[in-house]
Design a protein around this ligand. Sequence first.
Ligand SMILES: Nc1ncnc2c1ncn2[C@@H]1O[C@H](COP(=O)(O)OP(=O)(O)OP(=O)(O)O)[C@@H](O)[C@H]1O
Length: 654
Amino acid sequence: MANVTVNKTAHPFHKGQFEALLNRRFFYAPAFEIYGGVAGLYDYGPPGSSLQANIISEWRKHFIIEEHMLEIDSTVMTPAPVFETSGHVARFADWMVKDSKTGDVLRADHLVKNVFEARLAGDKEARGIAAQPQKDDDKKKKKKGVKAAAVQLSDEKVKEYGVILAQLDNYSGSELGELCRTHDIRNPDTDNEVTEPQQFNLMFTSSIGPTGQHPGYLRPETAQGHFLNFSRLLEFNNGRVPFASAQIGRSFRNEISPRAGLLRVREFTMAEIEHFVDPEDKRHERFGEVRDVVLDLLDRNVQAGGSTAVTKISVGEAVDKGIIANETLGYFVARIYQFLVKIGVNPARLRFRQHMQNEMAHYATDCWDAEIENSYGWTECVGCADRAAYDLTVHSNKTGHPLIVRQALKEPIVSERLVAEFNKKVLGKTFGKDAGVLQKLFADFDEAQLSKIQGELAQGTATVQLPEGKEVQLTPEVVTIERKTFKQSIREYTPNVIEPSFGLGRILYVLLEHNFWAREQDVERGVLSLPPLVAPTKVLIVPLSAKEEFDPLIQEVSSKLRRAGVFSRVDDSNTSIGKRYARNDELGTPFGVTLDFASVQNRTMTLRERDTTGQLIGSIDDVIGVVTELVNGSIDWPEACKRLQVYDGVQAVE
Ligand SMILES: Nc1ncnc2c1ncn2[C@@H]1O[C@H](COP(=O)(O)OP(=O)(O)OP(=O)(O)O)[C@@H](O)[C@H]1O
């Protein structure tokens, strides 16, 4: 009985019920709610905060500890010149349109997407191939105005919408405006036309110090902090590359119209890795460990044809075939997959989508997003980009501080080349103010040009044209050209950067959605099947009676669990045991231990598993041993069933 299978899909996902649970149990809630709230700002309550802390703790183990990364904690407040140099001031922007009558602001690409998707859904409905949306979702969409009538579209239109949707991130402001006009896209809330798209920079501006003379920004990503500290990090790593830095911290984006709960907010926690690598060698020494990981990939060629069909392919094959640009990028894509699945994301609803060429950030050379399906559609939760040498180069150029690697070569590189040597005295005397121009000209000459002049000098004189057109005659008295040997024992280069960038709020939200379900026999109540690894509380201690004689046992069990490193809570509320378990099923608590009168007499305890509701019984110490292993993931529930006795509700009292 204890080892029963459960059907988690018996009831379709019910968003209203899910949201009510998150709200009731205070996973998170709108910030400043009693002041009316502010769109895109949320506070996390106790279970949400614990869940986030556990995701972060696993992220640290999976990436920082496993890969010996260098963790940093850089400031949020950033002086303006940093983002001027990085290109964010000019380009970190989205296109917005305004309702021509009400002035309501909408993000232009999201408007087009919502309207096209609604029309495509209406088309499917008209063709009788769409599943009817659930009632409460229906109402919500109607209120927001993105529900289109059930109208059949021509096959060409369906194809055209598909192609546009797949490439929407590529569109410029004027192209988005053109789309709105040609496809009659209006504000769905009011049916009014919208204005021409205007660019809106997403960074929050600030000013540092009392004078107002030092403008600053709240960072929209943590990455710049890694780049600006690059030379210190390199030194910390004994001058060796590759290495990675990692940072977990807050970022801020003044999103145009955040409407999708935790998926699009204005303040959020990011976890970012910057892996610095030799541009000439992007192999990864641990690639062999992930070579066979099979992923759902959606590459840019497939998207260009208007399709979203994924290819199941091992990361090894994807790199071999050049679908993923290099081993290091492939390594991180696979490690991101492993992390997300480990914490409870459903792998069947996880895909990696490659950015289209124009969609990539201005600095990136290849980019893959981990997209996770949820009730809002497919959402990017992790970006993984090859940022090339862009950031280090621009900051170094701007500040004059070298952000480079100096690599001592095992074998010095020996090379030969032609070198021009001037007799400075004769040069100055003969050419006066043109002397400097001539030297500069020769410094820019390539091997072929120098060789030609060398030949002419051997004949007596060489004719050279100065930049302004004047021709001058040179003799071997002024300049000689000879082949010289050079030995180079240090190689200098700017490393490339592979950047996996995680938005923790998005991950937390999809994790909650993927693990939410309702029991067949209790449709009204939800269960969150969070893996023990990330569940806010691991074990619930449930004393059946409030009598004082239970107190020493409760203390004993709590302290033994604490010593075993298992986070538990006591629920001694005055309600039925069924209600207490149901409440904790909603909080995602995977195990419960019950202390009853038999426990006091026999020192036995029952153990309940959340998903199956199966129960086992054993001595207090045996149960603590088993539940500790369950929480650590070293055994599973079927194994626990072999170690303890099945409990059927009747307990022998000796
Ligand atoms: N407004 C936001 N709210 C919550 N998370 C966000 C937001 N913007 C970005 N993120 C998270 O940060 C990660 C890295 O940011 P990145 O700059 O790649 O996102 P983006 O491409 O701008 O996202 P989008 O296209 O959805 O706006 C994203 O994968 C996402 O998880």
